[in-house]
Design a protein around this ligand. Structure first.
Ligand code: HEC
Ligand code: HEC
Length: 102
């Protein structure tokens, strides 16, 4: 009788572990899936200053903060919610647009 009870308890614990395990979430990625996906309308080609892209991903802030290009220029192709701020929220950077007067 006791064995049956223990067996039941083990099964219950295992199913709780599987059932309550935090669901997997994707990082911000171009054309990824889920709320973090970065989407840019396909009709826009990437401007020359995005190249190489991995450099741009880590240096766009320097270029924008230096004033070489303004955020307004970026938003010609990028919708802030789907291609700036989902990544900015993920990394904890101030969001683009909205209340900020640029
Ligand atoms: C002419 C349209 C256009 C403009 C203007 C533009 N972008 Fe982009 N951007 C793109 C495209 C297209 C891609 C995707 C490139 C790729 O995946 O090969 C991209 C990619 C990016 C990425 C990388 C996203 C990723 O996949 O991780 C960042 C960051 C970015 N842009 C920031 C900016 C910033 C900041 C500005 C303004 C200074 C800007 N962009 C201006 C079209 C534009
Ligand atoms: C793939 C991720 C990603 C995307 C997409 C992205 N950024 Fe960023 N951005 C970052 C990171 C990471 C930082 C902060 C880096 C640091 O603090 O060293 C940053 C910082 C910035 C900063 C400087 C903020 C500050 O407080 O100094 C500006 C301005 C900026 N991004 C503009 C944009 C714009 C405009 C877009 C959309 C066109 C965009 N970013 C899209 C990752 C991203």
């Amino acid at each position: 009788m006791r064995k049956v009870f223990l067996f039941g308890a083990v099964i219950l614990m295992l199913s709780l572990v599987v059932g309550l395990y935090p669901s997997w979430a994707e990082k911000p990625a171009r054309d990824g899936v889920g709320p973090m996906a970065i989407r840019i309308a396909p009709r826009f080609p990437a401007p020359e200053y995005h190249s190489p892209l991995d450099w741009w991903q880590t240096h766009h802030m320097d270029i924008v903060n230096r004033g070489d290009v303004t955020q307004r220029d970026c938003l010609y192709c990028h919708a802030p919610e789907t291609s700036c701020n989902n990544c900015h929220r993920y990394v904890g950077v101030a969001v683009v647009g909205g209340l900020v007067d640029w």
